[in-house]
Each structure stands twice: as structure tokens, then as C-alpha cells.
Design a protein around this ligand. Structure first.
Ligand code: BTN
Length: 261
């Protein structure tokens, strides 16, 4: 497996090449941590760090994230927005839309989104995690910087994981990693432009189109008390809407577990 070649990637990105500056590393602790350190030195929005291996890859809720060059794509993108972080609720959902659109453009079938930011693959009514998204925000008087970290399984993971996992190969896609990364960055550029103009409201309909459990019965664990009801999807601020039968609950915290009944 060869390292991502930034020149080949630029070629694949075509007219969008100027919006990204890609650095490919054989190994780092975490592409998001590496990008965060570089961001402190003032690098440009659109900088991308992609690594073949991460020694301390980070997932949501303090979990670790494993990566291997032959079977995964792990990278982080720096983006900047005007205003404070409160305006960016729903950003990780927007990134999910970009990922789903990109994977579909490569021919993947069965890509679904699970609130707040898992990308799943549906095969015969069963769901397995295909990719994870970790968005980390920090604000100062100039605006808000977002480090968007994405880990995508290209091949079915073989190690023991806390939930079923799938690879892009399971969605019928076996293509060069440059093509996959270029497709994701292209969709990301478009989606982040929409988000900068209209916020998540501009992407809500697209998100619902990929929602794994739209209008289905779900349990929500991790709130002060467990909730059950019909999942109505998401609101323009990215919160999850649950019809409990008595009222519509709005869930903001991403620290909950959503389970299909
Ligand atoms: C999740 O827990 O689902 C989110 C996983 C995000 C992993 C990616 S891999 C690239 C980037 N660097 C990291 O350390 N984490 C993110």
C-alpha cells in the first residue's frame, strides 16, 4: 500500500484542488491532534492531514480509533467559520451528509446516517458502522475553527469492536484511496459552503434522505432517564426529535446511545 500521493490527489480533485492543501504522513498520533497543533501556528483553512497509521487515534466519547493503511482512510480537515461555536450546531451532521454523498458517488449502496454522526452500512436490514466523524471546535475573537476528523473503513474490520463494523468493500466499492479521498473532499467543499451560508437548515432534507431510522421506534439511553418513541429526524439546529406519544422531546447531547427497538 503506497502513501497517499498529494500530486495524484490534486489531479483527482480537479477544479477543487486549490481549496485543499494535503499533507500525507506515514504515521502520527492522531491526524486531528496533529492538525490542531498546526492550526495553533495559523495554517490555512482547507489544510488536510491524512495518515496511514495513528498511534493514538481518537473517537467520540474518549474512545480510541484504530487505523491500518491497507484497510482504512483516516484524515482530518481544518475549516474556519465566522462567529462563535453556537452557530455551528449540526456541523457534524452536515459532514455526515458529505460522506454519504461521496460514498454514493463512488457506487456504494446502503449508506445510512445515524444521529449524531455515525455513517452506517445497511445490508439486509442490519446496520454496521462504516465511518466515524469527530468534529472539534474552538473559538476566538476571529471566529471558530473546526477540525473535522474522519475515519472510514475501506475493508471489513477484523478486530473485535464494540459494535458491528463494515468496510466500503461490503458496499460493493473497491477503489483506489486517492479516489475515495478526492470524492469526500469534493463533497465536503460543497456541503461546507452550504453550511456556511445556511447552517444545517440547508442540509436537513438531505440528512433525512440518509437517516437510518426515520419514523421508526427507537430507545435513547444516556439521557437523565431513558426515552422511547418514534424518531422524527432532526431539526434545523441538529437536535434529534423524538415523539414519545406525550410530546416531542428534543435531544441536543451527542452523548446518548440510540437503539432501534
Ligand atoms: C467516532 O468515534 O465514531 C469518531 C471517530 C473519528 C476517527 C477519526 S480518524 C481521523 C481523525 N483522527 C482522530 O484521531 N480521530 C479522527
Amino acid at each position: 500500500m503506497t502513501l497517499i500521493d498529494p500530486v495524484l490527489l490534486k489531479y483527482r480533485l480537479g477544479s477543487l484542488a486549490g481549496r485543499f492543501d494535503v499533507d500525507a504522513l506515514p504515521e502520527c498520533d492522531s491526524t486531528s491532534s496533529e492538525l490542531m497543533r498546526r492550526a495553533e501556528r495559523g495554517i490555512a483553512a482547507g489544510t488536510v492531514v491524512v495518515a496511514d497509521r495513528q498511534s493514538a487515534g481518537r473517537g467520540r466519547r474518549g474512545r480510541s480509533w484504530l487505523s491500518a493503511p491497507e484497510s482504512s482512510l483516516t484524515f482530518s480537515v481544518l475549516w474556519r467559520f465566522p462567529g462563535n461555536a453556537a452557530r455551528l450546531t449540526g456541523l457534524s451532521l452536515a459532514v455526515g451528509v458529505a460522506l454519504a454523498q461521496a460514498l454514493e458517488s463512488l457506487g456504494a449502496v446502503g449508506v445510512r446516517l445515524k444521529w449524531p454522526n455515525d455513517v452506517l452500512l445497511e445490508v439486509d436490514g442490519e446496520f454496521a458502522k462504516l465511518a466515524g466523524i469527530l468534529v472539534e471546535l474552538s473559538s476566538d475573537r476571529r471566529g471558530t475553527q473546526a477540525i473535522v476528523g474522519i475515519g472510514l473503513n475501506l475493508a471489513t474490520p477484523t478486530e473485535a469492536l464494540p459494535q458491528p463494523a463494515a468496510g466500503l468493500n461490503d458496499a460493493g466499492v473497491r477503489v483506489d484511496r486517492h479516489l475515495v479521498l478526492a470524492a469526500i473532499l469534493s463533497e465536503l467543499a460543497g456541503v461546507l459552503d452550504i453550511f456556511a451560508d445556511a447552517g444545517f437548515a440547508g442540509l436537513k432534507t438531505a440528512w433525512h434522505g440518509y437517516h437510518a431510522w426515520q419514523d421508526q421506534a427507537v430507545h435513547i439511553l444516556g439521557e437523565a432517564r431513558p426515552l422511547s418513541g418514534r424518531c422524527l429526524g432532526v431539526d434545523a439546529d441538529g437536535s434529534l426529535l423524538l415523539d414519545t406519544g406525550e410530546r416531542v422531546e428534543r435531544i441536543f447531547s451527542g452523548d446518548v446511545s440510540l437503539r432501534r427497538v
